[in-house]
Each structure stands twice: as C-alpha cells, then as structure tokens.
Design a protein around this ligand. Structure first.
Ligand code: ARG
Length: 472
C-alpha cells in the first residue's frame, strides 16, 4: 500500500509542513465513534447488496470493533500524515485485517463520510443539550414555586419601574430557555438527514441501498440531492445560531446575578461554593461564575460568525475550507453544555434576600402608575391622570417623601377625586396582585403559569428518548 490512500497520482512526497497544516486529526478525533458507526452501517449495506463478500464485511466489522477498543483504551497512534479521523481509522483497519479493509471505501467518499459523522455527532450532542435544558427549566420553575411570596422591583432602563413577583421574573427565564429548547429540537429535524451514499458529490454507480443505511444509522430520511448533501453545513450553522441565542439568555441572567449580588443591590447572595475571592482584597466575594458565563457568550457568537464566514460564497460542492467547521462546532457544544450545567447547579443554592427586595419596591415611586390607574377608575382620562400622578411625584420629591407617605390633604392638591381608599391601591402587594391580565405578575397568574410549565415539562421529559450508543 502507498503512504496515503490518495497518493497514487503524486510523484513527490507531501511536504511535512503541508501535512501539519492540512491535518485536522487533533480536532476531528472526537468523531471516532460516529465514524465507526457510519462505516459499520456502510459495510453491512455493501455486503447486503453483494458489492463486497459477506466474509470481508465480517472481517471489517470485527476490525472496526478492535479499532474502537484501541481508541477508547488510549492505545491508538495518531499521526499528522494521515490527515483526519477517517484516514486514521481506515489505515488502522488495514493494519489489522489487510485485504478486506481496502474494500470499505467502495461507493463512498470522505465528503459524505464527514457529513455523516458530524450529523450523527451533533444529533447526540443536541439530545444531551435538550436533556440538560429540561433540568434547567425545571430549576426555574422550582425557584418560582418556592419563592412565590417574594416581591421585587421590576426594571425598565435599569430604573425601578413597577413591583413584580420574583417568581414572575424567574418564569421569564423559563420562557426564554423553553424557546431555546424548542429551537434546538426543531433544528434536530434538519440534522436528521443521511448524506451517506452521496459519495464525492454526484452519487455512485454501485447499486447501494440508502434506505438501509438511513435506518441503520437512525436517520429520519436520506438526503435528496448529493451535491447539497456534501456541501451543506446549514445544520451546524443553525445549531450555532440557536446556541448563540441561548447564550444571550445566559448572559442576561448572568448580568442580573452580578448586579443583584453587588452591595448596591443586595438582592441575592451567591453560594460560597460558586464564588471566588480576591488575592489582594480579603473582603471580596466575586461572582466569577456568572461573569465567565457572560464572557463565554463572546466565544459562542465568535464560533457562529466563524462558520458563517467559512461557508459564505463557497462554490458547490465540497471545499477544504469546510474542514474548519469542527472547531467552532465542538467548542460551542462544550461551552454551552458547561454553562447549562453550572447554572443548573448554582441557581438552587442562591440566597434570596426577600426583605431587601421588598424594601427596594417601597422607594422610587413604583406606585405612580397606580395613582394614575386609581384616577382612571374615578373617571379621569388616562393622559390627565398620568399628568396628575406626575405632579404628585414631583411634589413628593420636593418633600423627600414617597407617594404612600403623603397625607390625604396633600394628595387632594392634585385631584379632588382622591379619597382615603387610594392608599390601599398604593400598597406593594395590592399593586402586584391587581395585575391580573394574562401574562401579568399577579400571584394567581404566576401560579397558573407554574402549573402550565410543570405539565409541559412532564410531557417533554417523557418524550425524550435514551441515546443509543451502540454501533449497529
Ligand atoms: N477532513 C475533511 C473535512 O473535515 C474530510 C473531508 C475531506 N475530503 C477531501 N476531499 N479532502 O472536511
């Protein structure tokens, strides 16, 4: 056998710097399991269609098993001159079973092979991410359920706006991560397509059975166009986009964790086990976990942009540029999984400072809208009521008081229609529980949102299938 599977037409040896430059084995070696899985299915199909003898297929399957063991035991030898995981496995197979190994690559190309491997790999990774997201969503629901009596200021422009239930805030994140979950499961459908049999780009002359390999590999269907099948990386780009959106959500909650745990807010305290100290300032307890999650958002966005840029303007079909797809893909999978995991562990341990949150709702005129709404209830048009309430706030500011601390006589300066019943409306709990519009923060609404979420989670948990780690 010649040095490389493709060097028959070459009269010079590859320069070692080119070998190092073109090699991707340090990155794509993690595709070994899915590569062997794809090869096993391909081999069985070749035998079934009498393209190779049964006895050779048996040898190949046994040989592939040995290669897998060697890799998993850490005994496998990697070498830049063999470029990628596909050529490594093929060479190792040839070393083990010599003759039959050379038949495995009949009716396929590394172009369809790499597409099979990455699709299989991504499908497994997304299944894991979905399972992780289910648990994370459950954590938000549990937090919401546990702290239903906690009221905090809701913000716009990071200015105190109106009081809300802390649980309502947590359920907002539940909604975001639910959409992420849906985006990942939806993307899964487009990854679930079998490119095997597209060969280099045009299909093959051999009488292959693509439905058979599709079934063997657990794909939903075979790809319909061989050119598209070997040049498509949409499934990766879609995953990287969904992951970026998910990281936006993580970076937003991280920012809130950082703010809320500061001395300025004091709304929460992060568990000691999830915070770090300063090497110079003994008093410091730093929110490094949320900060790092916020920071890692940058690399996930970067990975998405990297792959989009790699794919942009590439002529059909396969181009070597596409080998650069794996680093961003793997890095995003690792980063996202780590962020979901750390948040799932950290969130239940956060100390909620209920009193501090409530106290913060009492200053800053969070009940000004309430005063306007009260006047509307007394027949004043909203715009006029808004002006009256604004004037009352201005007056109270001058007196250094909150609205609820003004006397009825002072209130009457702004509207004759104000009576003593106003003060009940200005109370924090009343403000929250009167916001009963669908999706609003009233306790009864939040309770039903929690119930809906629990039912949703239960049915989704039942729907998640266990990953089949077996080579067919
Ligand atoms: N290592 C390559 C990649 O990841 C596999 C496909 C190579 N195909 C080729 N014709 N050079 O893209």
């Amino acid at each position: 056998m010649s040095d490389k599977p493709w060097d028959g037409r070459f009269s010079e040896k590859t320069d070692t710097s080119v070998e190092a430059f073109t090699s991707s084995i340090h990155v794509d070696k993690r595709l070994y399991f899915h590569d062997i899985k794809g090869s096993a299915a391909h081999c069985k199909m070749l035998a079934k269609e009498s393209i190779i003898p049964e006895a050779d297929a048996d040898d190949i399957l046994q040989g592939l098993g040995k290669v897998r063991l060697e890799i998993e035991r850490g005994e496998f030898h990697y070498d830049d001159s063999l470029e990628d995981i596909h050529m490594h496995i093929e060479r190792s197979l040839a070393d083990k079973i010599t003759k039959a190994a050379h038949k495995l690559h009949t009716a396929r190309s590394r172009n369809d092979q790499v597409a099979v491997d990455t699709r299989l790999y991504l499908k497994d990774a997304v299944q894991e991410i979905l399972r992780q997201l289910l648990t994370l969503r459950q954590v938000f629901v549990d937090l919401a359920k546990k702290h239903l009596d906690v009221i905090m200021p809701g913000y716009t422009h990071l200015q105190r706006a109106q009081p809300i239930l802390f649980s309502h805030h947590m359920m907002a994140y539940y909604e975001m991560f639910t959409r992420d979950f849906q985006r990942f499961s939806d993307g899964l459908k487009r990854s679930d397509v079998n490119p095997l049999g597209s060969a280099a780009l045009a299909g093959t002359t051999y009488p292959i059975d693509r439905d058979y390999t599709t079934k063997q590999l657990g794909f939903a269907k075979a790809s319909a166009n061989s050119i598209d099948a070997v040049s498509d990386r949409d499934y990766m780009m879609e995953f990287l986009s969904s992951a970026s959106i998910c990281m936006v959500h993580f970076s937003r909650i991280s920012e809130e964790m950082v703010l809320w745990s500061s001395s300025e807010f004091q709304f929460i305290e992060l568990p000691d086990s999830f915070a770090t100290g300063s090497s110079i300032m003994p008093q410091k307890k730093n929110p490094d976990v949320p900060e790092l999650v916020r920071g890692k958002t940058g690399r996930v966005f970067g990975n998405m942009i990297a792959l989009f840029t790699i794919m942009k303007s590439l002529p059909l079909a396969y181009n070597r540029d596409m080998q650069e797809d794996k680093e961003p893909l793997f890095d995003t999978i690792d980063t996202l999984k780590a962020c979901i995991d750390i948040y799932t562990k950290m969130l239940p341990l956060i100390l909620i400072r209920k009193e501090k949150m409530l106290e913060a709702t009492r200053t800053g005129y969070l009940n000004a809208t309430e005063l306007a709404d009260y006047l509307v209830g007394k027949g004043v048009p909203f715009r006029d009521a808004h002006t009256c309430a604004g004037k009352a706030v201005n007056y109270a500011l001058g007196k250094g008081k909150e609205l609820q601390d003004l006397e009825l006589e002072e209130m009457k300066l702004f509207s004759k229609r104000i009576e003593s019943d106003l003060f009940a409306f200005l109370e924090t709990h009343t403000m929250v529980d009167r916001r009963k519009s669908f999706g609003g923060t009233a306790t009864e609404n939040v309770k039903s949102a929690i119930e809906v979420a629990e039912t949703q989670l239960k049915s989704e948990m039942a729907g998640i299938t266990v990953r089949d780690l077996d080579i067919p």
